[in-house]
Design a protein around this ligand. Structure first.
Ligand code: KG4
Ligand code: ZN
Length: 351
């Protein structure tokens, strides 16, 4: 069985082909980053038009690299949300059209569930597990009970972590997306020269808030710029910003583990995923914490942290194996929540 996955929720046009035995035959990501860089962030209309232009060539490339024909595909998985409306429309319509034309099942996939199920594609991880999803649009702890059974334990009340990285990078003069630049800069910085408060440290369980930190960093940067001392201090600012993030993530992860344990018993497996999970400082810090709690730590390799279609094909395969698929009239939902039902079972019943 071969599952074709399509992802187009934001600014990556991605197509992947995955076999039943977890062999990733192809995983093509056509990035639009250079198109959006001049605006400092993703412009929805520009993204939708670019998806339209890139979708067919990306699909063709994925088939060529996998050395298969479209008719060899057994099912098509496509992301229907959350994300940008126009962008989602291109990928999900492509997936549904292929399913209709090939007379094969269509499996609607939630972008967030694809991120948090990815580690199961790369490692053998049993349910239930605790997932920390950190990306450009989302920051949340999810108890992953089973496929289609997810419970949010905590989330951000304002900005996503990737957004905080991108905004800090922009203030320091780096292009979008700025996360990796801040990581590199922070590695050159000296610890302790600047200090920012860890947001919501002892409040609101394992929920996050990053907008206050963003403002504090912005004020510090403006103050340094006004005295012409920003350039030499930029690495130290990045260091202080990242140290605050590490303190916050460590503390909130401990709170989330307590919450998880109360409901599901001892934590055996912890995963971190999403674009920001490519950050080695964050991975190392969380790994130390999780190992000290006698649990297993998993993080996808960098190419599977950011948006890709292998994660969509995998979520589709997981669902299909359990008898779940979706109606072709399943609409695009820009605000889709991870708890929302988007699948039907073998008997064509909504779940
Ligand atoms: O998962 P993703 O590709 O897209 C969304 O679903 O949002 O995540 C993109 C985010 C961007 O904010 C980017 O700056 C951040 O991931 N990112 C990083 C790193 N690499 C990517 N943030 C911090 N450190 C990194 N090394
Ligand atoms: Zn994502």
């Amino acid at each position: 069985m071969l599952v074709l996955g399509i992802e187009s929720s934001c600014d990556e046009t991605a197509v992947a082909i995955l076999s039943q035995n977890k062999n990733i035959l192809s995983n093509i990501v056509s990035s639009q980053v250079s198109l959006h860089q001049q605006y400092g962030g993703v412009v929805p209309e520009v993204a939708a038009r670019a998806h339209l232009k890139l979708m067919a060539v990306t699909l063709e490339q994925a088939l060529n690299i996998a050395q298969i024909k479209l008719t060899d595909v057994s099912a098509i998985a496509g992301v229907i949300g959350p994300g940008l409306y126009g962008s989602l429309l291109i990928g999900s319509t492509t997936a549904k059209t292929l399913a209709l034309a090939l007379n094969k099942p269509f499996i609607a996939v939630n972008h967030l569930e694809a991120h948090i199920l990815t580690p199961r594609l790369l490692y053998n991880i049993e349910f239930p597990y605790l997932a920390l999803l950190i990306s450009g649009g989302h920051t949340m702890f999810v108890a992953v009970e089973h496929i289609n059974k997810y419970q949010i334990l905590g989330t951000t009340i304002d900005d996503a972590l990737g957004e905080a990285y991108d905004k800090t990078a922009r203030l320091l003069g780096y292009p979008y997306p700025g996360g990796k630049h801040i990581e590199a800069l922070s590695n050159q910085g000296e610890p302790g020269l600047f200090k920012f408060k860890s947001p919501l440290y002892n409040k609101h369980g394992c929920n996050f808030s990053f907008s206050g930190l963003k403002t504090a960093v912005a004020q510090q940067i403006h103050q340094l710029a006004s005295t012409n001392s920003l350039l030499e201090n930029a690495p130290h600012i990045a260091k202080a910003f990242e140290e605050t993030i590490l303190i916050t993530l460590s503390h909130k992860t401990q709170v989330a583990i307590q919450q998880f344990t109360q409901q599901y018993g001892k934590l055996n497996n912890f995963i971190v995923s999403g674009g920001v999970a490519a950050n080695l400082n964050i991975r190392n810090c969380l790994q130390k914490l999780i190992v000290s709690q006698k649990a297993n730590f998993y993080a996808p390799s960098a190419e599977y942290c950011g948006d890709n279609a292998a994660m969509v094909a995998w979520a589709g395969l997981e669902k299909l194996t359990l008898g779940f698929s979706s109606n072709l009239n399943t609409p695009v939902k820009p605000n889709l929540r991870i708890e929302d039902n988007i699948n039907i079972n073998d008997n064509n019943q909504e779940l």
